[in-house]
Ligand binder design. Sequence first.
Ligand code: HAM
Length: 416
Amino acid sequence: MIKAQRGTKDIFGDEIATWHWIFENAKNIFQNAGFNEIKTPIFEATELFNRGVGDSTDIVNKEMYTFSVGGVEKKETSITLRPENTAGVVRSFIEHNLNRQSPPQKFWYFGPMFRYERPQAGRQRQFHQVGIELFGIKEPTADVEVIMLATDFLNSIGLNNLTVELNTLGCSKCKDGYRKSIKNILAPYLNELCNDCKIRYEKNPLRILDCKNENCQKILEKDEIKEIILKDYICDECKEHFSELKNYLDELNIRYSVNKMLVRGLDYYNRTVFEIKSEALGSQSAVCGGGRYDGLVEMLGGTSTPAIGFAMGVERLYNLVNKITPQKTDFFVVSNNTKEAIKLSQKLRQNNKSVEFDLQKRKFTKQLEKAAKTAKYAIILGDDEIKQNFYSLKNLASGEQTTIKNFEELINYYAK
Ligand code: HAM
């Protein structure tokens, strides 16, 4: 038997209603705030992620589904299944000159992403993200808008006991100072760091703060190192930006805690970064990750444009929310006269009702049993009903049966 690939999952049956509900809530919340849905391709040029997500990240170094294609076009191209969607949205923003519209330009998305990670609860190789990206605003109003929409959306699906962790990485200037200090303090421990961190030390030392290796963690916990990490490297302008954001969040009663160790796993961030976590999820506790990426548009060839956004793992949201009970269909047409049953079903569907009928010419009682499981009402079309032109309508919850004179009355009765 051919099975689904490790780290992938079929989503079907009762789960679908909850997936739709999550999607509809996202659509509502984001569209009400003026965000437009954007669907970018699932694969992009590998270079987009190498440059966009960053070559010091685990995503680029270990987790990308990358392959060469070119048979048809006779030119080898390296493409990658998108591991995240920020780089793709930025590519699209630049390609379609969306910066010509007056800012802010606001997008939301929902779709599958791919990372070759070790699968475990809450971590898959194909997973879904719902997210937003907001371009063109450097003021902290954009930061608060994005964090507010994240919490509003989570509240809308019944998740309100989550913690927002917040940090500021500063601008490129503050980041340089921070990097240098971290390199200096870690220099004596370089040989003790894991192999990945030895590379990170050269490419992007901030990444070391995110390392899960036990030994690296122990080194980071040393007092003299902690002191340097927790010291303030942020310039006055970035401090002001961060403190304005915090004031807005206080004003909105959005609870947050500042975590100076929060650096995020992607290279494009500057200034505000945040994650929203749930204890209920165990080790994969982040439901949402996001932040500012003011340099990315320019780095990928566009004109300098500040931007901020977030993405949430839909599978993780699914695990946390109360599940939606799938709706029963409005009607099941029970009849031995298949032609009449088909005709009535089509007419009802044309009137926007959900209807099923028996496709197997089963006995009346079998049809009624099936109807009781899947529908709210059975429309009984027996010989008498067909000859005398009426319907017997059975409420499948109460068992009550009513005679209905014609189609119009059927629709009206149901509406009531
Ligand atoms: P990220 O932190 O890599 O950020 O992913 C965001 C969220 O996607 C995570 O918090 C988690 O809920 C979910 N997620 C990530 N990997 C997996 C996985 N293997 N299995 C299940 N869920 C997963 C980004 O992707 C950025 N693009 C977010 C962003 C948007 N920053 C600015 N704009």
